[in-house]
Design a protein around this ligand. Sequence first.
Ligand SMILES: *[C@@H]1O[C@H](CO)[C@@H](O)[C@H](O)[C@H]1NC(C)=O
Ligand SMILES: *[C@@H]1O[C@H](CO)[C@@H](O)[C@H](O)[C@H]1NC(C)=O
Ligand SMILES: *[C@@H]1O[C@H](CO)[C@@H](O)[C@H](O)[C@H]1NC(C)=O
Ligand SMILES: *[C@@H]1O[C@H](CO)[C@@H](O)[C@H](O)[C@H]1NC(C)=O
Ligand SMILES: *[C@@H]1O[C@H](CO)[C@@H](O)[C@H](O)[C@H]1NC(C)=O
Ligand SMILES: *[C@@H]1O[C@H](CO)[C@@H](O)[C@H](O)[C@H]1NC(C)=O
Ligand SMILES: *[C@@H]1O[C@H](CO)[C@@H](O)[C@H](O)[C@H]1NC(C)=O
Ligand SMILES: *[C@@H]1O[C@H](CO)[C@@H](O)[C@H](O)[C@H]1NC(C)=O
Ligand SMILES: *[C@@H]1O[C@H](CO)[C@@H](O)[C@H](O)[C@H]1NC(C)=O
Ligand SMILES: *[C@@H]1O[C@H](CO)[C@@H](O)[C@H](O)[C@H]1NC(C)=O
Length: 348
Amino acid sequence: MYVPRSSIMHLIIICSCLLLFHNHVQAQLLQICSNTANYTSNSQFQTNLNLLLPSLLSNGPRDGFFNTTVGTSPDTVYGLVQCRGDASTEDCRRCLNNSVVDVIRKCPNRKEATLRYDLCIIRYSNTRFFSHVDSNNSRGIANAADVSEADVNRFNRQLGNLFNNLSTAAASVTTKFDLGSINYTNLNDIYGLVTCTRDLSATQCSSCLQRMVNLLPSCCENSIGAQVFSPNCHIIYELFSFFQNSSQSPPPALQGSPSPPPPVQGTGNACKFVNIVAIVVLAIVAEDVARRPTMASVVLMLNIYSVTIPLPTAPVSVSSNRTELGGKIKENGASTNNSSQSVLPDHG
Ligand SMILES: *[C@@H]1O[C@H](CO)[C@@H](O)[C@H](O)[C@H]1NC(C)=O
Ligand SMILES: *[C@@H]1O[C@H](CO)[C@@H](O)[C@H](O)[C@H]1NC(C)=O
Ligand SMILES: *[C@@H]1O[C@H](CO)[C@@H](O)[C@H](O)[C@H]1NC(C)=O
Ligand SMILES: *[C@@H]1O[C@H](CO)[C@@H](O)[C@H](O)[C@H]1NC(C)=O
Ligand SMILES: *[C@@H]1O[C@H](CO)[C@@H](O)[C@H](O)[C@H]1NC(C)=O
Ligand SMILES: *[C@@H]1O[C@H](CO)[C@@H](O)[C@H](O)[C@H]1NC(C)=O
Ligand SMILES: *[C@@H]1O[C@H](CO)[C@@H](O)[C@H](O)[C@H]1NC(C)=O
Ligand SMILES: *[C@@H]1O[C@H](CO)[C@@H](O)[C@H](O)[C@H]1NC(C)=O
Ligand SMILES: *[C@@H]1O[C@H](CO)[C@@H](O)[C@H](O)[C@H]1NC(C)=O
Ligand SMILES: *[C@@H]1O[C@H](CO)[C@@H](O)[C@H](O)[C@H]1NC(C)=O
């Protein structure tokens, strides 16, 4: 699909505006409330969980990562929180503060839950999940607009190079995080970010990130921006600098990019003049098509963003034993302030 440059600029401006609002509105990306085991009110498990969550909240922001274990078998509860490597301590605390409240509200009585947001993740379980990789719960979000046909080959090649470079770097450091940019034309850069939860080994992180990259074509092929994530790792790319720390030195430009300033249109005032609406599609990415080809189900989230009334990305909510298959659905040009979520029925 060819998208005129001006449309792309509009989308970029909207994305930039959304970014500005993101400090206030935390988008939730992933919600997994396990249905395999529940606790009862006033049980020892609940007592332990009620000790765990404040501990995660108070210890998480210090270093951006914290995992701990509370209680003894059979009521042991394992918990982990992590903030994105570019989040400020303040944003980290805000995100985690929200997450410990959300996780009880959204996954009531569950013995296992995961919530991932833009800037943080919270996980707890009655089973020890540290250093284990969950490969059943990957999701993708694609921006509705595509890179122009003329650029698509170089774009995809450079996107692959960027993610390879970032993944190698992230896997090898304790923060399990890296960000950077690469050019795909003389004037245009791709900005990327990759991260794993810090309980993963370098090898686990590397293969988790590789899996996310491999899933990109099934949800997000040729999109001007996308994210793929699981409970363990997360990749993001955009055509503008979406990184949180604005005072941070610019990301290393790979392969001699001249690094023109990112097309973020600065202030909130610029947003007022934008009157088109971007639709971002959340597509569920297949991971085991071969295993259950007939269960190819699609859960799509249709989020219509407005610049006047920014709304958070609605969560995906699935039981942890389901695997979804999805493709990218692209929509353009809707003009409404509304935000809606479409859950498409399973096929077969
Ligand atoms: C998923 O888990 C629920 C509750 O444990 C169970 O009822 C359901 O059959 C499971 N579905 C599949 C496809 O395994
Ligand atoms: C746990 O609670 C959820 C929500 O009420 C329910 O759907 C699920 O079947 C329960 N799981 C078990 C194992 O009882
Ligand atoms: C936190 O996770 C690491 C990595 O799996 C593990 O070695 C460590 O024991 C965990 N900490 C606690 C308190 O369980
Ligand atoms: C955390 O949330 C509570 C309300 O649940 C609020 O009073 C407090 O100010 C919040 N702290 C931060 C740092 O956002
Ligand atoms: C993922 O799915 C496979 C195959 O259904 C299952 O054996 C495994 O237990 C699942 N893993 C998790 C973490 O749910
Ligand atoms: C990035 O990846 C490309 C291709 O894999 C490689 O040639 C290049 O040296 C890498 N750059 C950095 C800075 O690692
Ligand atoms: C990146 O920018 C450099 C310097 O302007 C240029 O030589 C190179 O061809 C560009 N790379 C791509 C893929 O366009
Ligand atoms: C943000 O960038 C500044 C300057 O590079 C650095 O000192 C600071 O630690 C960074 N903050 C975070 C949260 O990365
Ligand atoms: C969008 O919201 C603005 C401000 O709330 C309102 O003035 C405008 O009429 C709305 N547009 C649509 C299409 O609903
Ligand atoms: C969005 O549209 C739906 C269906 O038309 C309606 O029920 C809902 O109230 C609308 N929400 C907003 C915020 O306008």
